[in-house]
Design a protein around this ligand. Sequence first.
Ligand code: KIV
Ligand code: ZN
Length: 382
Amino acid sequence: MNNKVYVFDTTLRDGEQVPGCQLSTQEKVMIAIELDKLGVDIIEAGFPVSSPGDFKSVVEVSKAVKNATVCGLTRAVQNDIDVAADALKYAKRPRIHTGIGASDIHIKYKFNSNYDDILERGVAAVKYAKKYVEDVEFYAEDAGRADIEFLARLTEAVIKAGATVVNLPDTTGYLLPNQTFDRVSYLMNNVPNVDKAILSMHNHNDLGMATANTIAGIQAGARQVEVTINGIGERAGNTSLEEVAMTLKVHRDLGVYTDIDAKGLAPLSKLIAKTMRMPVQANKAIVGRNAFAHSSGIHQDGFLKHAENYEIIAPQDVGVDKSDIVLTARSGRHAIKHRLELLGFNLSRDEVTELYDRFLELADEIKEVNDRDLVKLLKLPA
Ligand code: KIV
Ligand code: ZN
């Protein structure tokens, strides 16, 4: 089996759906260019039929992107597909992403329909999109809660109709990693033409399992991941690009890789947070402010002896300048000595011990001791 995992970024579509995160065409183009530089394989630029503004953004992103495939979302509706094809006409590599609800809940309550009708509409949409572009991705919305035998039938039928990728969204973020693994394995083993298409993971993070589920899907044979920078997306968000890219790098034993240039991750994370007005939580994996910060005495001592004691990724590998030793009331003498050395003060162990009680008193009071405060402490009280 192919060991490249294709990275499909949907920051500009699923990410941009978030209230308050809407982007102008100019901002979308600027971000798309950065995503292209980062090495993503597919950029989902928008949902062209949704508004004239989104249509224009997909047109402009299609013109600007040099390497990645540019994708537009549609429902399984002919007019959506016509509009998406029009918006993508300047793309070097266009992809139409069409689909329909596949779970019993969606079939009953969204479509008031049945398996045969849904299957027919899915197949018809793929065939219709194929008239415009070679590369057609089909999404089986709410696949995470779909009846697995129906999902297998649907997958087989849309591949037969020409789908190059079948997306299996866990739209509601419901699944557990072992369930994701079992469901993707089932499809890999029971869909006779599964080798003619790529299975894709599109996980939402309602239970905080989006990345774990995405990795489980890859382990079972999926070879495309649908992700966003900073995990931005509907409700609790989507799988975060940086988490998947770095998990596959750290766990080389999984035997798969992406073409993401990891050094671009932190800078792009900052750009997205700023442009989309959505700050990143401090403890966010890979790109949070504290992802490479050490604040307890035990950790600081171990880190200063050998970084790998407490870091599985070097910060420079993801575009962060350096790790951070934060001085708080939980810090130890080793960290204080180290910080003072960086500031040009070489103190003996006894001198640090003598300083330490005053340091703790101050840290209890002001929480985080900065360099200026620390230097002030060197001057003995009168
Ligand atoms: O979460 C989802 O099901 C989606 C589809 C439209 C692909 O975003
Ligand atoms: Zn989604």
